[in-house]
Design a protein around this ligand. Structure first.
Ligand SMILES: Cc1cc2nc3c(=O)[nH]c(=O)nc-3n(C[C@H](O)[C@H](O)[C@H](O)COP(=O)(O)O)c2cc1C
Ligand SMILES: [Fe+2]
Ligand SMILES: [Fe+2]
Length: 401
């Protein structure tokens, strides 16, 4: 794609990954994604971030519509992850920049990504300002949002904030701004992105939002490195939604994810779901065979309760469940109610193992953890239904709705 001038003299020079379906190899991105980068034309010519190495040709071609590479003076590295720094080595070699601005943590880590001993690195001080002519670049360290090296770059004269992965969404589109698309869809995609990438750092998001509220920055445009940009009134929408996501306020919703070989565990899960639904709780029943772990996490994210099920398999649980549980636990969702069930044939370790997972995730566990020998009978299914009713009551107590 050709560059897009998003403000006078400020250009989007990103690339569109139309066919990306598995973001970074672990989270589904059913609508593709973009890697956004920016070019600022002033007395100094500045690049903010680059794109994934596999799009280097497109990136250089796009930039060539605006400038000769040798004319670029400054490169800002808001984040070292390869989807944004993939073309950095080439850019340094071709542009021979006067300065490369990096955060203090990136200053330490950059040599573990690049042979950069002779690069003109300038490690910023948080809040530091650099004049580029008519405009100023101001850098804010945003450590652990979501890597140690992350920072935001602000241009006060343009009221623009470049936020790296924060506020990102996975969507490939020819549109560049949220107001050119359905807002609801963008918010949904931003939530999925948050759920799968940002959740462990939710407390950090809240602190960052508080710090930025205190700074009282004039904001007219927020530019993440993935997906659509926010301008005008949509800036407030982005901030408001991020606060909402970071607070992890649960809905009257339960996610039941499970695996099953011969459908016994599945029947138990469906009975629990039926009990929950009978009390007005919205349920999502998700077999780990039919649903990718990232879609499960996206649903778990705003649910008040999580019910997990697995039969006993070789004295353990089924591997698909271990996959989903490893993934969900790693993202550290907070404040959930948990319950578990499973079928077994002889030794029956499943429920104890599942309960340990719930404990490790810090969930408030609702008992009983129901275990059925082989096929669940009518009474056991009634017990499962009743467990659903009990969970529903706990959900309503938690959400107050
Ligand atoms: C390959 C395999 C290994 C199993 N390992 C165990 C086991 O170690 N302990 C146990 O109690 N049951 C074991 N079972 C029995 C299952 O837990 C039992 O068939 C259960 O009812 C299956 O539930 P499902 O219909 O939800 O798959 C195993 C079954 C299979 C097919
Ligand atoms: Fe990243
Ligand atoms: Fe990224």
């Amino acid at each position: 794609m050709r560059p897009v001038e998003i403000k006078d003299g400020v250009h989007w020079i990103g690339v569109i990954d139309w066919n990306c379906r598995n973001f970074h190899g672990y989270a589904l991105s059913s609508k593709g994604t973009t890697y956004n980068a920016f070019y600022i034309e002033d007395e100094k010519k500045v690049i903010v971030d680059t794109v994934s190495k596999s799009f280097e040709g497109e990136f250089l071609c796009s930039l060539s519509h605006l400038t000769e590479l040798e004319e670029i003076d400054y490169i800002v590295v808001n984040h070292l992850e390869p989807d944004h720094s993939g073309c950095l080595a080439t850019m340094v070699e071709r542009c021979k920049p006067e300065k490369i601005f990096v955060s203090p943590m990136a200053g330490k880590a950059i040599k573990t990504f690049f042979d950069c001993a002779d690069w003109p690195l300038h490690v910023i001080k948080p809040g530091e300002e650099v004049s580029i002519g008519k405009r100023t670049l101001r850098f804010y360290e945003t450590r652990m949002l979501h890597w140690p090296d992350n920072m935001f770059t602000y241009i006060p004269e343009e009221k623009m904030l470049f936020t790296s992965d924060a506020f990102g969404q996975n969507i490939a589109s020819s549109e560049r701004f949220v107001d050119e698309m359905g807002k609801e869809m963008v918010v949904d995609l931003m939530q999925q992105y948050f759920a799968n990438i940002i959740t462990p750092y939710a407390p950090k998001v809240l602190k960052t939002l508080e710090t930025f509220a205190g700074l009282n920055l004039d904001l007219d445009m927020v530019c993440p490195d993935h997906g659509l940009m926010f301008r005008g009134d949509d800036v407030a929408l982005a901030l408001e939604k991020y606060a909402e996501f970071a607070n992890q306020t649960p809905k009257n919703k339960a996610v039941l994810f499970y695996d099953s070989m011969w459908n016994s565990t599945e029947r138990m899960i469906k009975a629990v779901a039926s009990g929950l639904a009978s009390e007005g709780i919205s349920v999502k029943v998700m077999s780990v065979k039919a649903n990718h772990h990232s879609d499960i996490m996206s649903e778990v994210f705003d649910a008040a309760a999580v019910v997990i099920g697995s039969p006993t398999h070789n004295n353990g649980i089924l591997p698909g469940m271990a996959d989903a549980l490893t993934y969900v636990k790693g993202l550290r969702p907070k404040g959930k109610i948990g319950a578990c069930i499973g079928s077994f044939g002889w030794s029956g370790e499943c429920v104890n193992i599942l309960k340990e997972w719930l404990e490790k995730m810090g969930m408030d566990i609702i008992e009983p953890n129901i275990k059925s020998k082989n096929r669940p009978d009518h009474d056991e299914l009634k017990e499962c239904f009743q467990l659903g009713v009990t969970i529903a009551k706990a959900v309503k107590e938690k959400t107050g709705k």
